[in-house]
Design a protein around this ligand. Structure first.
Ligand code: UDX
Length: 435
């Protein structure tokens, strides 16, 4: 099938590349000339496992191309996929400015009957409005219908999640649209659920917000474990055996970040509010997460009144491993606080450091190794559970640090491993190990 994809962010690029990999003829559209140039040369621009290989194979096979010329891309596409960003506005609602822009370009360009697939996460009811907007702006006498088909890919495993999804949600209002979407996903071996468009839009928010809620719940229980002498790892292990609970997404930590959970919880809460309905559980998940992001700073304050001239090592900057994405990362909540307090900071992140430099080019020393980062440090903050951190020799802490206080926001090490290592070790929801 001839498919055009609007937007080459994480979702658009991965979706476009994977659909080409599955045999479709895909053209991806972006306004950024330089980015399109790099993508054409096979450079994925973002760090995402397996993307480079898929991209280069499809470009070589001639099934994937990139352009800034939206008219030529949309003109004769059977399917146009909208996958541009829906950033958070100040009031928490989703900003639809990019979606509206693409809708107008589609209306101005399509010259054959086609189905528009909404992949961006949009408030419930947006598909109706965007469909009406496109139909009223059409410049050719064609039949256009919109389908809601949310994605569930997680960064770092986006290619794998897209090629082997756990479900495909098809939100449509006609059998014509249903048939087209089933054809798009013909080569995907996954349960396909055909639902109303509004339900499809809600499934996306309800899924993400439920996972966010699960994390905030476990983080609250972890904080209570610290006050009661229980160990969150043992607690979640015990909970996870119950199939009604499940063992995934029960990792306690210093809060969730990324491009989805923070934005999607706020957007659904806002959407609910404007309809006069208070979504109390989601509000709680948001509030718990905000304070959880600062939990390591609170722990550090039990040793230091302020951080002026304190030598600080930071391991991990990204919101999770295997991505270079810093959006809503706990490091971005804590490091500004430490910088403002006059701390001397050294940081290490295998792929996120370059992006962090854009915020703090001079205030932080960026190191190439964990060992150099720890040299002379008084406190070590761990924000991301990179494999290099989890697999490091923990005796490095006492060998390299001046006063080894390790604050682990991702429970990278077992308590057994950290015992008798000459380190004060504080993690999330587990007993403190004293040096
Ligand atoms: C998420 C959803 O998983 C995905 O389905 C959706 O399409 C987009 O949002 P992503 O943001 O890439 O994906 O990452 P995810 O792996 O879900 O982690 C999100 C955040 O939650 C990270 O900061 C992670 O550290 C945190 N997290 C996750 C926990 O703190 N504990 C857990 O048990 C799981």
């Amino acid at each position: 099938m001839k498919i055009a994809v609007a937007g080459t962010g994480y979702v658009g690029l991965v979706t476009g590349a994977c659909l080409a990999f599955k045999g479709h003829d895909v053209v991806c559209v972006d306004v950024d000339e330089k980015k399109v140039e790099r993508l054409r040369s096979g450079d994925p621009v973002i760090y995402e496992n397996g993307l480079e290989e898929v991209l280069q194979k499809c470009i070589k096979d001639g099934t994937l191309s990139f352009t800034t010329d939206y008219k030529s891309a949309y003109k004769d596409a059977e399917v146009v996929i909208i996958s541009v960003g829906t950033p958070e506005k100040k009031d928490g609602s989703a900003n639809l400015i990019y979606i509206n822009g693409v809708a107008d370009q589609i209306a101005d360009s399509v010259e054959r009957d086609c189905i528009i697939i909404m992949k961006s996460t949009v408030p419930i009811g947006t598909s109706d409005r965007i469909e009406a907007r496109i139909i009223s702006g059409l410049t050719h006498p064609v039949k256009v219908e919109l389908a809601s088909n949310p994605e569930f890919l997680a960064q770092g495993t986006a290619v794998e999640n897209t090629l082997n999804p756990d479900r495909i949600i098809i939100g449509v209002k006609s059998t014509r649209a249903e048939k087209v979407l089933l054809k798009v996903y013909k080569n995907f071996d996954a349960p396909k659920l055909v639902v109303k468009r509004h339900s499809a839009e809600m499934i996306k928010y309800a899924s993400n917000d439920f996972l966010a809620l699960k994390i905030s719940y476990v983080n609250e229980i972890a904080n209570l474990c610290e006050l009661t002498g229980a160990d969150i790892d043992e607690v979640t292990c015990g909970m996870g055996f119950d199939p009604r609970i499940g063992s995934s997404f029960l990792r306690a930590g210093t809060g969730y970040g990324g491009s989805c959970f923070p934005k999607d919880t706020k957007a659904l809460h806002w959407l609910s509010n404007i309809r006069g309905h208070e979504l109390k559980t989601v509000r709680a998940a948001i509030d718990v997460n905000e304070s959880q992001k600062l939990v390591l700073i609170k722990k550090a304050h039990s040793f230091y009144e302020n951080f002026t001239d304190v030598n600080i090592a930071v391991l991990g900057l990204t919101f999770k491993p295997n991505t270079d994405d810093l959006r809503e990362s706990p490091s971005l909540s804590c490091i500004p606080y430490l910088v403002d307090d006059g701390a001397k900071i050294k940081a290490w992140d295998p792929v996120g450091a370059e992006n962090f430099k854009k915020f703090y080019p001079d205030e932080i020393t960026y190191c190439d190794s964990i060992s150099d980062t720890l040299e002379g440090a008084d406190i070590c903050f761990i924000f991301t559970e990179w494999p290099d951190v989890k697999e490091m020799d923990v005796s490095e802490f006492s060998k390299k640090m001046r006063k080894p206080l390790v604050l682990d926001g991702r429970n990278c090490f077992s308590l057994k491993e950290m015992k008798n290592k000459g380190v004060t070790y504080m993690s999330i929801g587990r007993p403190v190990i004293k040096a």
